[in-house]
Design a protein around this ligand. Sequence first.
Ligand SMILES: Cc1ncc(COP(=O)(O)O)c(C=O)c1O
Length: 395
Amino acid sequence: MSEDPTDSKAQFETRVTRVGRDEALSQGLVSIPPYRGSTVLFNTVADLQKASGHRAYGRWGTPTNRALEAALADLEDGANAMLTPSGLSAITIALLASVKPGDHILVTDSVYPPTRSFCETVLKALGVTTTYYPPLIGAGIQDLLQPNTSVVFTESPGSGTFEVQDIPAICAAAHAAGARVLMDNTWGTALNFPALRHGVDLSIHSLTKYVVGHSDALLGVIVARDRDVYRQVRGFHGAMGITVSPDDAFLGLRGLRTLSVRLRQHQEGALAVAQWLREHPLVREVLYPALPGAPGHDLWKRDFKGASGLFGLVLKPASDAAVAAMLDGMRHFGMGFSWGGFESLILHVKPASYRISTPVAEGDVCLRVHVGLEHPQDLIADLDAGLSRLATHAA
Ligand SMILES: Cc1ncc(COP(=O)(O)O)c(C=O)c1O
């Protein structure tokens, strides 16, 4: 094979099979194995003094970690990327590296709840104040930017309620005011939402979800658009002693190779399930931006290249006991806090308990549904039986 492994003219589906591969590192094997190790030995003082990065000490990353970082930066057209031990640690490190005491930050009200907790605890203790803004604010964010606003944090679609944000408009306003834009791009993925091309400065992913893809490792990444921002965040990341196991980096690299085909299947299954749900008499709304006519569909169509298998489902009011009767008896949907693996999941979420405003009315039931790789007909039959149990319990 002689073509350039990072051939930027090739399609994503082709690039994802090639990025980060280095025959010198893999000794000719197709995949780079997990290089385990801490200490690197040097033959001379001069060699030791010249050493840097993964050639100096294991905490700064092994060749396996660096291969995954290079692959992820390449796929998102970033200057570089930093692995972290989880998606949440990628969010917290990116935030910590972007603020100083006395700063103000703007965070979407639809943010992943642990990100909100971090702002309310650690950032607050450091003297950083947070304002939660309505996710659909778009260019109107300019009215909320203060002279000391250093960060605008976005997440699109939003956690639990799936509002699609106008990221280009938010970036334009934030940059005009000198603020940095961070985005939790876990739902979008490098394939479906080119965050850095839309103006985001730091694109953050929980790789635990679709990149690892098999629910067997925790991993995160921060991809930086600009080399100077990368260096600044990397310095912070290094100073904090953040490191990732090469075994987990290996699982990330392995999952990455099949990302595009799995995502396509997740989207196809989710669309079939979402379309069926929309017609059900107990369903008030399906919050899946890829579904024509669903909230956010037009912006999704404008900015996204595809969708993941995660969406929200709003049911007409029912008691917690009726919802439990539905969920306790599911055959194919498991209950669990993550998503992005091959398996379907369903969870009762209550955004009204911590949000300033949500599209879910008082009393309505909000479920988060992850459509895995099972056949959609089996998933629909499972939901049909579950909704019947809910109706029977409620009667
Ligand atoms: C949108 C979003 N961002 C970040 C995270 C955190 O990822 P991790 O579990 O890898 O820390 C999650 C986890 O559920 C999530 O849903």
